[in-house]
Ligand binder design. Structure first.
Ligand code: GLY
Length: 335
């Protein structure tokens, strides 16, 4: 069991990491009030039930799983559930699920009565090592990802590593991509550990804690992504282009997106870490369409983007380049 703190002055919070923490949920979260638990249809019901059992008065709201449901309609349904439950400013929302669930429940908590308490209980590896920490909440709108949202920090994050037992191998691997991203851009030590041991259930608590120390360090220095937090987007610009093709999971796309942004001589090490984690490393998809999506995502020709490059393991540089320059760089790297 490990406890980390994200130090953001009056908005500081703890992250609890360990196996079977859900049974003691009330030790880590104040559940002695009305609590709306938000979950989705892909999350085993016993996780939300375990949290509900520890609340004085709970309601569980379940929405259909999938990024396509991260929209205004689902947000409205969550807000309606909060309102119907008669929740006041003293009450709380708890997200039990992956990144989509946390982003939407967090946004509803951030906006209901101008903000009520929010707790995050991420149940996928991807959300445990990335989206559940740092206060980014959002929904997609008019086809644009995460365009409506707020920076709204949770009161605590509860990471029960036992939930990973019900995650399929592909989803587990997708989470590994974000861990590898944090390691290759910030920590040679963590990257070397991953190279030696791989990422598996036996070392997952330690690896999650090490990855989150990096994320907490970054968020403490740049909560609103004006500088160093941009480095957490390593692999994401091209990654989002690949993701828009609709064939691969977010983490798989981030893994592929990191390859061309890594110095040529280091790529074999990255590729080997990705392969060991069960992630794809070949560009067999329609990359031209991925570049089109990338351009659209970044608002078209001539637009500039803060691109993240890794020239040494454990380090990164951020360079403002045009989309055309970035596209050329990636094309040259993967051809
Ligand atoms: N997922 C990147 C960030 O939290 O900034």
């Amino acid at each position: 069991m490990q406890k980390l703190t994200v130090d953001l002055k009056e908005r500081s919070y703890d992250i609890h990491i360990g196996a079977a923490l859900l049974g003691d949920a009330d030790k880590y979260m104040n559940l002695d009030r009305k609590v709306l638990i938000v979950t989705d249809s892909g999350v085993p019901k016993e996780y939300s039930a375990a949290v509900a059992a520890k609340c004085r008065e709970a309601k569980i709201f379940t929405f259909p799983a999938g990024e396509e449901n991260k929209n205004l309609g689902t947000y409205e349904s969550i807000c309606k559930a909060i309102l119907d439950f008669g929740m006041q400013r003293r009450d709380a929302v708890v997200a039990v699920g992956g990144g989509v669930c946390g982003d939407m429940a967090g946004f509803a908590a951030a906006t209901y009565m101008r903000g009520i308490d929010f707790y995050n209980v991420p149940t996928t590896l991807l959300s445990q090592v990335d989206s559940s920490i740092g206060g980014k909440t959002a929904i997609d709108f008019m086809g644009v990802k995460n365009i409506l949202g707020a920076f709204y920090q949770p009161k605590a994050v509860l990471i029960d590593t036992a939930t990973l037992k019900t995650l399929d191998d592909r989803q587990f691997s997708a989470g590994c991509a974000e861990i590898i991203k944090e390691a290759i851009t910030f920590s040679e030590e963590l990257f070397t550990l991953i190279e030696k041991q791989g990422i598996c259930y036996e070392n997952i608590e330690h690896i999650i804690a090490e990855a989150l120390k990096i994320k907490a360090y970054v968020v403490e220095r740049d909560e609103r992504e004006g500088g160093v937090r941009k480095a957490l987007n390593f692999g994401h610009t091209f990654g989002h282009g690949i993701e828009a093709l609709g064939e691969l999971l977010h983490g798989e796309c981030v893994g592929l997106g990191m390859i061309p942004m890594t110095e040529k001589s280091l790529r074999p090490r990255l590729i080997s870490a990705l392969k060991k984690a069960g992630l794809p490393t070949e560009f067999s998809l329609d990359t031209d369409r991925a570049f089109e999506f990338m351009k659209h995502d970044k608002k078209g020709v001539g637009a500039s983007v803060d691109a993240i490059f890794c020239e040494n393991i454990g380090e990164h540089t951020i360079k403002n380049v045009t989309i055309e320059e970035l596209t050329r760089h990636i094309k040259n790297s993967i051809s």
